[in-house]
Design a protein around this ligand. Sequence first.
Ligand code: GDP
Ligand code: MG
Length: 437
Amino acid sequence: LAEKLQNALGKLKGKGKLSEKDVENAMREVRLALLEADVNFKVVKQFINTVKERAIGHEVMESLTPGQQVIKIVNEELTILMGEKESKLEFANTPPTVIMMCGLQGAGKTTTSGKLGALLKKKGKRPLLVACDIYRPAAIKQLQVVGEKVEIPVFSIGDKQSPVNIAKASIEHGKKNGNDVIIIDTAGRLHIDEDLMEELENIKNEVKPNEILLVVDAMTGQDAVTVSESFNEKLGITGVVLTKLDGDARGGAALSIRAVTNKPIKFAATGEKFDQLETFHPDRMASRILGMGDVLSLIEKAQASFDEKKALELEKKLRNQQFTFEDFLDQLQQMKNMGPMSQLLEMIPGINSKQLKNLNVDEKELVHIEAIIQSMTKEERINPSVIDGSRRKRIAKGSGTSIQEVNKLLKQFNETKKMLKKFSGMEKTIKKKGRFN
Ligand code: GDP
Ligand code: MG
């Protein structure tokens, strides 16, 4: 996004005067760049109009360098879009302050509960973590482990009581033990459903939280925005915690959530470690977005750093169908964090984008894929045909994935090889006959 924006805005630099048409042109590109960053289209529309209104006319004309003025406006408006100022936690007048963490499964509620506890403890609070996820196996244990790591007590009365009762009991417990902040870790679901909302609402009515923080995974982009919108409608949240910003290269979710829900992003999590939670600063995020490379520029970088010799070797292997999981893993590690898998695979000589479509490699699957390959023995990587049922089981267990996932990867791998075979066969024909059929 950043470079795109900068390119768009860069065109304005060095001009003495800024016409309405200049601004229009630049904004068209800004608009595209924002959409590419997965910003909600309604938000983009509004944003562009606001910037245009401010940019065209006297404000810009009177400034010294028109280009700089526009950059400043875009930066300011991006900041406003994300809430302008930091938004602090609300504490109860009479302790304990109750903070309810909610969100979908895997968003990072449990981890963030621990991080938030640690942050508050550093500020002299005495937090208590409460285990209200009674559904996911080992969820209680997970919170207990988190509690041990950050040295914060965890309240749990097993999974036989209802979450509402657990939450209620935790407040009593907290009061007795001098805990001034109670952080309730609730259960999630894979998707929003009525049961979940009802349960959360019951907890809310029972404990009257000072904060209802929605934890959302920034990497899910537009989905994070939709999730925020519906949690806010159904439950009424007081703020958002954006997690996994370490993995989100686009920043689109951060831009849209505030605009769509009108609720502030209060914290940003940037890693799995317990000190990787910080107050969300809209201005810093705006600068980060403006100064951050987009997928295209990452690909350019990747392309530049792609070792020519290695590429040639790989090409030869591909053509001779000696491509093994070892090579695959090697590629994965080189490409990690560089952009969408499909786009990166396109850079491998001999693979074309249409053929990639049926491969369907999802970015989020990459981590799993890597774990699966790493759980294979050297023999298995070089000669995957030896991977029988019991080996599949072992690999799934070793990588913490499922047999289905292992099967899927093996299938994808075979498809890749088949595709390459076809491809090189086609080429041989072309070489021989000068055409391919
Ligand atoms: P919950 O189901 O909402 O309670 O989610 P968890 O707290 O169990 O987290 C799910 C996974 O996301 C775990 O593997 C966490 O380590 C990971 N996670 C949570 N927050 C972050 C973050 O900010 N960055 C990264 N990279 N991983 C995170
Ligand atoms: Mg959890």
